[in-house]
Structure formats: C-alpha cells, structure tokens
Design a protein around this ligand. Structure first.
Ligand code: FAD
Length: 347
C-alpha cells in the first residue's frame, strides 16, 4: 500500500506539515534527513537551519525573560505549576526544533533519519528512494528540505558562527551584542543592501564589503545604500579573515583589496554574510519545475502546489524571500492542508 503522505525534510516546515497531516489521520512518514557534518547541529539529529543558532527571539510563544512572576499574578494558585515551567529565558534553536519534532512524533508521525536521494513523479503513486536504500510509494509528497546559507568558507568565519558571524540580519540583528556597534555586511546584491539597511537601525555604522566597483543590487537599492549616512561601502574589498577571541566573539575583520592585494583591519562586533542561499533541491532536478535559482516553483498563488499534482512544497526550499522559521512553519501547515484536500478530492 502506498503511503498517504511522505514529508521530506525536518525544519519548521516539515514538522508543521507532519503535525497537521498526523492530526488529519494521514499517518505521515517523514524523512528527516541523514545526520552529516553539515547538519549535525546538536550531534544527534538533523533539525533544520534553526538548530544552527543559539537563542531564537522572534518565534511567537517563546518570550525571553522570566515570565513566572507575571503568570503567577494572572493564574489561580492551582495553576502556578504552569508559571514554574516558564522560569527559563526564551528558547534555543535546537530546543525549539526538538519540541517540534516531539510534537509531530506524539501525533504518530513515523520518522526515518535518512535522506531522500531519488524521486519519480512521472507515475502515480510517486516513487521515492532514500540514501539508505529504502524505497517507498506515496500518494502525495510534501517537500520541505530547506536551504543553506552560503558562507565565505574561512576557518575563522566558522569559528565565530553564533558569536558574531551570522547569515540572517532579521534573525540576529537586534541581539544586544550588535547594538550600537560597527558591523560588517558582506555582499553586493539586493539582499546584502537590505541586510545593511536593516542593521543600520541598530548598529552605530555598517560597512558593506563588496568585491567590485559597482553593487549588483537594483538601482533603487544601490542608491539607498550609497545615500545612507550609516552605511559605508568598502569597494573592491573582500574579507580575508575574521578577528576575535573566545571571550567576546567577533572583534573585527581583515579586508583584502581585490585590486592590489593590500590588507587593512576594520573594527566590527559582527559580520553578516549575505552572498545568497542554496536550496536543497538537487535530487528534484528534472522531476518538477524549479526556478533558475533552483528554488521549487509554487505554481498557484497563495497555495503550496508545485508543477506536479499531488506534490507540495513548504518553507525555504520554495521561499527565497521571507526565510523565517514562522513562515516556514506557516507554509508547512498550508502544504498539509493542501495535501489533505487534494487527497480527499482524489476519492
Ligand atoms: P530547514 O530548516 O532548512 O530544514 C530542512 C531540513 O531538511 C534539514 O534538516 C535538512 O537536513 C533536511 N533535508 C534536506 N535535504 C533532505 C533530503 N533530501 N531528504 C531528507 N531531508 C532533507 N529564523 C527565524 O525565524 N528566527 C531566527 O532567529 C533564525 N535564526 C537563524 C539563524 C541561522 C544561523 C540560520 C541559518 C537561519 C535562521 N533562521 C531564523 C531562518 C530559519 O532557520 C529558516 O527560515 C527555517 O529553518 C527554514 O525552515 P525549513 O523547514 O524550510 O527548512
């Protein structure tokens, strides 16, 4: 018997799709991915990009700060145990992902810690094959394999990830470590300018590091960067090294001129890398429509349909614009409801 729904991926989109399809009695099977060097966030499970970070401050329902006093004043004594559950600060990325995974498992989601490496959407039921050699048939599929931020590839950059190096200004820009300090943004496209513009709200100054003499960003975005009094564009420059120490994290960067190779240092409390993302879609190439950028194409406005009927996509694998945990979870919910309705319509 084919599976009703197979979910591929294990970030907020995948687990949210699993929670909804499990509660709809579709008995989902989720391939959460194999554990490898790239996604081995807490050493045990592949838990999506969010598990690469420390504190998550913008996912609703997990406020930072001690809530127990507030809750105790608004709860009757019988429910004070609820307040005691909230004595910790916020929620870490890995913790949030473990909670989502557990919630999906609690409703009966079956989980395989394995990568899907082959798909055949040319016949129905669809056929899927995992790296571990498992073959499954599925009436519907939800793709939620996410994306990876591109980094420069410097050893020092890896060393200071989460202690000053980030690939997401909206996620991390408001953290106290970056407030009123000089920051560096690497890149020259629209997203680099957007990140610089966003960070300029908190930082004392933002250095935008670009390898060439002109930004790749659209004219309007480039002008915004050039005219911003807090954004200082460092032309013809690339980051050769990230400077810092174990106690305080990033303290600056070494810039190298792309013209004459000369180097200079810049003081900065953080480095935001904005040189694009790579969606995890290689195994889908030729099997459904992808954008030129390799993101999965959503084919119906405000739905999660793809170019193959019965195959849906959720989260960062199809969304190169919002790229947030909450939007990934939201589209995961949408994909689950879309799959449920599509299956019901097949009779
Ligand atoms: P992902 O989280 O990318 O998860 C996809 C999963 O699918 C991965 O575990 C992967 O191993 C698995 N997978 C991939 N290919 C396969 C395959 N072939 N078979 C099976 N499994 C596969 N967002 C916020 O809202 N707040 C934040 O504070 C925040 N901080 C961030 C910090 C960092 C350092 C990064 C990198 C991102 C941050 N984000 C944050 C963004 C957020 O993490 C992403 O938007 C979100 O995780 C996307 O979820 P997703 O479910 O689409 O996919």
């Amino acid at each position: 018997m084919p599976e009703q729904v197979v979910i591929i991926g294990s970030g907020p989109a995948g687990w949210c799709a699993a929670i909804y399809t499990a509660r709809a009695n579709l008995n989902p099977l989720c391939f959460e991915g194999a554990v490898n060097e790239e996604n081995r966030q807490d050493g045990t499970l592949p838990l999506g990009q969010l598990a690469l970070t420390t504190e998550v401050e913008n996912y609703p329902g997990f406020p930072a700060g001690d809530l127990s006093g507030y809750l105790k004043s608004s709860l009757d004594e019988e429910h004070h145990w609820l307040a005691d559950m909230h004595q910790k600060e916020g929620c870490s990325g890995p913790e949030l992902m473990h909670l989502m995974r557990q919630q999906a498992a609690n409703f009966g989601t079956r989980i395989e810690t394995d990568d899907i490496v082959e798909v055949d959407f040319s016949q129905h039921p669809f056929k899927l094959k995992s790296a571990g050699g498992k073959e499954v048939e599925a009436n519907s599929v939800i793709i939620a394999t996410g994306a990876r931020a591109n980094y420069l590839g410097l050893e020092s950059e890896t060393k200071y990830k989460n202690v000053g190096v980030s690939a997401c200004a909206v996620c991390d820009g408001a953290l106290p470590r970056f407030r009123d300090k000089p920051l560096v943004v690497v890149g020259g496209g629209d997203s680099a300018v957007e990140e610089a513009d966003y960070l300029a709200k908190f930082a004392s100054k933002v250095y935008l590091i670009h390898r060439r003499e002109e930004l790749r960003a659209s004219r309007i975005m480039a002008d915004r960067a050039k005219n911003h009094d807090k954004i200082d564009i460092q032309w013809n420059s690339e980051v050769a090294d990230v400077l810092g120490d174990d106690e305080s994290g990033v303290k600056g960067v070494v810039l190298k001129s792309t013209k004459d190779g000369s180097t200079r240092e810049l003081d900065a409390a953080g480095m935001f890398v904005a040189i694009g993302h790579t969606p995890n879609t290689r195994f889908l190439e030729g099997h459904l429509e992808l954008h030129e950028s390799k993101y999965v194409k959503w084919t119906v406005p405000f739905r999660t349909n793809t170019s193959v009927e019965g195959v849906f996509a959720a989260g960062d694998v199809a969304d190169d614009y919002y790229r947030q945990a909450i939007t990934a979870a939201g589209t995961g919910c949408m994909a689950a409801l879309d799959a449920e309705r599509w299956l019901a319509a097949q009779g």
